[in-house]
Design a protein around this ligand. Structure first.
Ligand code: NAP
Length: 249
């Protein structure tokens, strides 16, 4: 970070485990003050304690991102407490996989609410503060499913493709205020979300990847660290697939 820049405050949703936890740990290690959000207060406090033990700064915001009104007032509360919000990482996400012919409207809409509407609400609420500070880094965690599609994930792919389109629109709307917006599209990353996939499916995925290994949460955190850095001020509207060469999109 540039010497004269203030300590950047970063919000990471879905920071209680998996990719969000790794992102929060990495941003804190890079000197950001990190606000960790998710529903599981106990897990969030553990992550915050780990960050503090490693010498970083962290606070916890217990939030259910599926409730837009609660989420918006939660973000406003964070901005009031911290005095600023420089980096937002919309990472909270769920899957409700099923073949399209069997997928209920409820499962379709729930995935859109948690994975897409929540990110929009966070961006809209935080943008005002970022515009005032003439600095902002919006990072939306999409998925290669949103780029190339995936059988059994019509709802999830729609949400992630929506996130990518929204990111490009925000990049165009907010670029004049030095706010960047980028999407990171992970491929297959070893977390709770992918833990139930059988070894045969994992082997098949690995065979189609250039790097022949499954991704780790830290692989995604490294990409987020770059796009959210002060030095990435000329990168916006991009979707970076961090997928071990699975799609090369
Ligand atoms: P994960 O291990 O299942 O973690 C999901 C996170 O989202 C948890 O921290 C969870 O916290 C939070 N969350 C879920 N629903 C929430 C809600 N209603 N309100 C607040 N927080 C909520 O998943 P992951 O693999 O780390 O995935 C993180 C992101 O990467 C997701 O957006 C996912 O779509 C994306 N991604 C993952 C992969 C992969 O292979 N793993 C690939 C592509 C994209 P609580 O349960 O404590 O609320």
């Amino acid at each position: 970070m540039n010497e004269s820049a203030p300590t950047r405050v970063a919000l990471v949703t879905g920071a209680s485990r998996g990719i969000g936890k790794a992102i929060a740990q990495r941003l804190a290690a890079d000197g950001r003050k990190v606000v960790l959000a998710a529903r599981s207060e106990g897990a969030l406090n553990e992550v915050a304690d780990e960050i503090r033990s490693a010498g970083g700064e962290a606070s916890v915001a217990t939030l259910d991102v599926s409730d837009a009104d609660v989420l918006a007032s939660g973000i406003e509360g964070i901005i009031e407490t911290e005095g600023r919000l420089d980096i937002i990482v919309n990472n909270a996400g769920i899957t409700r996989d099923n073949l399209a012919l069997r997928m209920s409207d409820e499962d379709f809409m729930e995935v859109l609410r948690v994975n897409l509407l929540s990110a929009f609400v966070v961006c809209r609420t935080a943008a005002r503060s970022m515009m005032r500070n003439k600095f902002g880094r919006i990072v939306n965690i999409a998925s290669t499913s949103g780029v190339v599609g995936n059988a059994g994930q019509a709802n999830y792919a729609a949400a992630k493709a929506g996130l990518i389109g929204m990111t490009k629109s925000l990049a165009r709307e907010l670029g004049g205020k030095a706010i960047t917006a980028n999407a990171i599209a992970p491929g297959f990353i070893e977390t709770d979300m992918t833990a139930s996939l059988g070894d045969d499916i994992k082997s098949r995925i690995m065979e189609s990847m250039a790097l022949r290994r499954l991704g780790q949460p830290e692989d995604i955190a490294a990409a987020v660290a770059y796009v959210s850095s002060d030095g990435a001020g000329f990168l916006t509207g991009q979707t970076i697939c961090v997928d071990g060469g699975l799609t090369m999109c």
